[in-house]
Ligand binder design. Structure first.
Ligand SMILES: [Zn+2]
Length: 86
């Protein structure tokens, strides 16, 4: 019965393999999660439409053109003044 030493070594190697396999599985899971998240974001970008300006890729509360509109409204009266001057 002298082969028990060899079997214990291989068991340690097995344990290491299991650990590395677990790590690899975890890594692959994380990668899949990231890929899924990225895809989800892409789908959201493709499907989400802004009700403020009608453009895709963002929502109304993320709309940046809302501020521009306000600016235009602010600059609108000055244009009328110019027309009156002409
Ligand atoms: Zn918008």
């Amino acid at each position: 019965m002298g082969g028990s030493g060899i079997s214990s070594e291989s068991e340690e190697q097995k344990k290491e393999k299991v650990v590395t396999n677990r790590f690899e599985a975890l890594e692959s899971q994380v990668m899949q999660c990231r890929v899924k998240e990225l895809r989800r974001q892409e789908i959201v970008k493709e499907t989400v439409r802004c009700f403020g300006c009608g453009e895709k890729g963002h929502k109304k509360w993320e709309c940046s053109k809302k501020k521009e509109r306000r600016r235009k409204e602010e600059t609108a009266p000055s244009r009328e003044v110019w027309k009156k001057v002409k």
